[in-house]
Design a protein around this ligand. Sequence first.
Ligand code: SF4
Ligand code: SF4
Length: 161
Amino acid sequence: MEQKIETVDLAGSDFNFANEVAQTEGGQQISRCFSCGTCSASCPVRRINDKYNPRRIIRQVLLGLKEEVLKSGFVWLCSACYSCQERCPQGGRITDIMTALKNMAAASNCVPDGVLAQADLIKKQGKVYAIDEFDNKKRVKAGLPPLPEEINEIAQLLSAL
Ligand code: SF4
Ligand code: SF4
């Protein structure tokens, strides 16, 4: 079977992008990546979504594909489980790099709607899933105390950060 070769257009590359990432906490070793793929083979997210590929994201950073990395939304799929980081033979802090990329994406207003909605829920309820009247009715029926639908202290704590 003929193998499909993927080409990369570097016309719009930002060759300072890798330097920017290298200056973040954990990003220092990014240039040591030799693309072995151990991170992708270890990744539980990749197991259920083969479009997500940490090795590819690291390569894109090294190639300066800043817009593609920050706008694609893939970095937000990283669950920060650290499986890749524990195994990288080059000491790459991949999880920390994903966190740095999320911060960069947020600074560029590239946050998926679902993530913004979860952030809003954390601010209001301290949880990523909505607690509503329906949930509380079920809790009370099961003999459990209802949970608050708003916790003002959390918003206060977050605003102090
Ligand atoms: S495991 Fe480390 S060296 Fe291998 S591809 Fe991933 S980041 Fe690169
Ligand atoms: S930390 Fe992120 S990239 Fe690394 S294995 Fe876990 S989900 Fe995948």
